[in-house]
Each structure stands twice: as C-alpha cells, then as structure tokens.
Design a protein around this ligand. Sequence first.
Ligand code: AHG
Ligand code: MN
Ligand code: MN
Length: 332
Amino acid sequence: MTDVTTLGEFIIEKQMDFPGSSGEFSRLLSAIRLASKIVSQQVNKAGLLSNILGAAGNENIQGEQQQKLDVYANDQFIKAITKRKVVCGITSEENDDFLAINNEGSYIIAMDPLDGSSNIDVNVSIGTIFSIYKRISPVGTTVTKEDFLQPGTAQLAAGYVIYGSSTMLVYTTGNGVNGFTYDPGMGVFVLSHPDMKIPQKGKIYSMNEGNFYKSSKGVQEFIKYAQKIDPDTDRPYTGRYIGSLVADFHRNLIKGGLYLYPATTSSPNGKLRLLYECNPLAFIAEQAGGKASTGRGRIMEIMPKELHQRAPYFVGSEDMVNKIEEFIANED
Ligand code: AHG
Ligand code: MN
Ligand code: MN
C-alpha cells in the first residue's frame, strides 16, 4: 500500500493550485474528509442503530436520544468544519437559516449532509454533497445571506461522498475531477479514480417516471424517445433510478447517462435544491466533460435568491443533455 496516493497527500500536493490560501483551503477539505469517515462508519451500522442498539426507547448506551442519521450527519459536518476555523458560514438542507460561525474564516459552505435519506432504512446507497465558495463580505464581519447567494460559477470546490458498496469521496477544485475510495482498514481515502471523465454520450436515463404525466410535453417526448427501438442510435436506453441523487449521479458519471428531475405540475421548480444539490454536481459534471442544465440554460449561471431554492435539473453526458434541451425548446 506504500505506492498509493491518499486523499491527505493529494490535498497537500494540490495546495499549490491555490496560491495565497496559506493552507486554509486544505484544512477545510481535511475537515470534510474527517466528517465523511465518521458518517460513513455510522451509515454502515444504520440498521443496528435503529433496530438493535436503539431498541430501548431509541436511547443509546450513553442515554442520549438516537438521532436521525441526517441530523447526525449534519452535526458531524458542522462540528468538523467549525473546529477548523476557516469557514465563516454554513448553509445546510437541515437548517432553515444559514449558520454564522467563525468571522475570521474566508470560506462558506453549502451542503446536503445526507442525500437520499429515504433510502437509509432499506440499505441503499446515500451520500453527502458539498459546495465551497469564497465569502463576499469582509473577513472579520458576520457572514450575510448574500455570501451564500452566489451563482454556481463562483464555486471554488465541490464534491460528494457516496456511502455505497464502498465509500467514495469525489471532488473538484476546478482542475478536473478525482475520486477516492475509503479503505476502512487503513482509515484513509485512496486515489482510485484519477481525472474522471463522463462519456460524451450515454445509454442510461434516470428519472422518477412516476412523474411522467406531471412533466412537460418536451420531457415526456424525451422519455418516449429514450424508450424507442432504434439500433442505429443504440436505443432503447436503459432506465436506472435509485432515488438517491448522489448514487444516480455517480453511476452516470462513470458509465455515461442523464439524470433528470424536471419541473412537474406539483413542483413547478423541480425538487432538487440549487445551492447544495444542483450546483455542486453541475460543477463536477462540467469538470468531467459533461453538462448541467435547467432544460433552458446553464445551471451554474442561475443567480440564487433563496437558500433553499429549487431548480429543474438535467445533468450528465453532454450529448444527452443537449438532446433533452432540444425536446424542451421544441415544446414552445
Ligand atoms: P434528500 O434525501 O437530501 O432530501 O434528497 C432526496 C432527493 C434526491 O436524493 C433524489 O434524487 C430525489 O430526492 C428523489 O426524489 P423522488 O422520491 O421524488 O424521486
Ligand atoms: Mn438531497
Ligand atoms: Mn438530505
């Protein structure tokens, strides 16, 4: 194992990418790495926690109330990030408002601490998503809402952790995408997927097709197109939908494909949240040679107005995103 590159080493090596950051940025990534390990461990024993260890009135050995895993993950990430003192504010899916932490910090973080939480109870892959920006307000002051309302194009870094058959951390700082697999024996993330690239075209489409009739004409036409038999264009495509964005995205990143969560009649802006779901994965997709769209424009160019704002989302292989944009443009 001595010839492997660990995430710790990789972060230090790549610190050169951020001249003048005086190691702050590396400390921030280290905090995320640490919290990921803790959450990964806990996710692996989720079944024990809810059914066995928490059987007596949901209290643990120390007599503390068992927490829902997404609240637990939120706490772990907040604690690890706060301790490193380089972040001035955090916005999380689990908190209505943003948290102002260290005024001296230069960075802000938007995060979905546990994505796909409806899959926890059934032992299906879940994840964590994070997005990092430089603050706009002056260092030394309290972070403001405007610090969080930056477009995705301003992201310095973004990544996700997938708690799957193995735990992986995938991230970008704007110089390509690298994936690290967790070795629980050694307690380290090891570089396993250097310079990840998404195939230009894919064969997989991933949508909650229960929403078919709630979707717009263009989306419906695309789904019919995906299902049509046409050997020349390798159709029908393959339908794959886990219901954990991170897991669906990760599979499509490796194999090629399109993830779509369109606007529906009941969710006119789609379901997924711009700041901590759409933008970070859009940054990764673009850095891997893919594309992320609202169906009518680039996700990362949306000027956010609210912390928990939603957006229709089409992300994955460039040719497939282009194709659905065509269908949506033609519905007018
Ligand atoms: P979260 O668990 O963080 O609330 O996110 C759930 C999201 C996303 O992970 C997933 O792709 C999508 O919701 C699934 O939605 P449907 O159940 O409507 O398909
Ligand atoms: Mn989510
Ligand atoms: Mn979540």
